[in-house]
Design a protein around this ligand. Structure first.
Ligand code: ASP
Length: 436
């Protein structure tokens, strides 16, 4: 009973941390505005209250929290994927598992970006908007399909881990796990070692989750004390359109897909996503949220480890529907501002580039804008257009990261269900939080 109430209160504590952070930040912004920032002399040094709170306490606390989550990503993905693949009764299942996961991720991204562009073409967020824009953004070449495939195979797995290259880590871990299952007695010993390590890593995830209320507080306080909501005013139509399509994708597209493919109740999935959503929202990074997403998929949604350890890290890298939605709308918006007509071929090019770009790019804050630069370049739109939307991108980044992780969990449930690796009792149990 005591344990139950402690578990229950963690979600509540994280939520309170988030709200308290927003209130603190908003108050500080109100005080700091109009040079409310106080500079005083501390032991002979000039210190400002802004420096102490925003750049000091909030920044240090928030960064330590994010780094602690990121610290776990490589060991967690590697170890749990080795455990997951080595425990597969039939390793040839990996082919269908991989095919279904990649297929669904690409499908949802294509739906996201196409729907976003169609809605933007109807609503016309950039019509009648003229604003000269400048930016330092330099567009990188979008990766070709051949390069994306070549880049998945590591020449040096230690280097892949050092760089956190998720796709390369996945390929190596899968191979390692399959080899373990083929190695008889030797394999069994290694496999039990990895299972023990996995349990230990999950304990670290638990420790960090317990610190989440504070981490989330610092992150939100820093954000709320620095963000300028007035910036939304000028491009409110773009902002709210992206926001609306993001919410619609999470609340309509995913539930429909889940219902059609599995018959399960999508509301349950959405409710069980709440912790993961708060992490994604406050960190703006699906990579940093990965430990939490994996634990939600496994412990709350009932996705067996053999599927969750593969599909969730894969999704954190290649599945960015929220980001694709922003890119689709931003491209149409910038084309309208610069009065460029996009042909059907251009629109298809946007779908293709946005999908390919999301496959080769890990989910970290702000990466969506870098991918947008590739897309704009591909259809010959001025990359300077990004300057129009950069000011308010942080808020949209937070929201689209929530959509990205919700997509990862939805696809994981669909794939697990089709592979008979979904524990529907766990999925349907709304008290699982308390039991875990
Ligand atoms: N922050 C997003 C993520 O990590 C990526 C983006 O849209 O910038 O999923």
């Amino acid at each position: 009973m005591t344990q139950n109430s402690t578990k229950l209160s963690l979600t509540l504590k994280i939520f309170i941390g988030m709200l308290a952070g927003i209130v603190t930040g908003a108050l500080l912004q109100a005080i700091f505005d109009d040079s409310g920032d106080r500079v005083f002399n501390l032991l002979g040094m000039q210190v400002s209250t802004y420096g102490i709170f925003v750049e000091g306490i909030f920044n240090v606390g928030g960064t330590i929290f994010i780094n602690s989550l990121k610290m776990l990503v490589v060991p967690l993905v590697f170890v749990s994927l080795v455990c997951g693949t080595s425990s597969l009764s039939d390793p040839s299942k990996l082919g269908s598992l991989g095919g279904k996961s990649v297929g669904l991720y690409v499908l949802t991204t294509c739906i996201a970006v196409s729907a976003a562009m169609i809605i933007a073409l109807i609503v016309q967020p950039g019509a009648g908007f003229t604003q000269p824009a400048t930016t330092d953004f330099v567009a990188k070449e979008s990766p070709g399909l051949a390069q994306v495939i070549i880049n998945m195979f590591p020449s040096n797995p230690i280097n892949s881990m050092a760089e956190g290259n998720m796709l390369q880590i996945i390929v190596f871990a899968v191979l390692f796990g399959v080899a373990i299952s083929m190695a008889g007695e030797h394999g069994k010993r290694i496999s039990s070692f990895f299972n023990d390590v996995n349990e230990v890593i999950m304990k670290i995830v638990l420790i960090i989750m317990n610190l989440a209320p504070y981490g989330v507080y610092f992150l939100m306080a820093k954000l709320a004390s620095t963000i300028n909501l007035m910036d939304i005013g000028a491009i409110a139509k773009y902002f709210f359109l992206v926001f609306f399509v993001l919410i619609a994708h999470a609340l309509i597209t995913y539930p429909i897909l889940l219902k059609v493919f599995t018959g399960l109740n999508p509301i349950k999935l959405l409710i069980k996503m709440k912790d993961t959503a708060i992490f994604a929202f406050s960190s703006s990074s699906s990579s940093a949220t990965l430990p939490i997403t994996m634990s939600t998929a496994r412990n709350k949604l009932g996705v067996n480890r053999s599927v969750s350890s593969f599909t969730i890290p894969l999704g954190a890298t290649i599945n960015m529907d929220g980001t694709a939605i922003m890119q689709g709308i931003a491209t149409v918006f910038i084309a309208q501002v610069y009065m460029v007509d996009l042909s059907t071929v251009d629109l298809l090019m946007v779908v293709l580039t946005a999908t390919l770009a999301s496959i080769g790019t890990a989910g970290v804050p702000g990466v969506g804008l870098i991918m947008l630069a590739m897309v704009l370049q591909q259809v010959n739109l001025p990359v300077e257009g990004i300057a129009l939307i950069i000011g308010i991108d942080r808020l949209l980044d937070m929201t689209r990261t929530v959509v990205n992780v919700t997509g990862d969990c939805t696809v994981a449930c669909i794939v697990a269900n089709s592979e008979k690796e979904l524990d529907t009792d766990v999925f349907n149990d709304m008290n699982i939080d308390k039991k875990a």
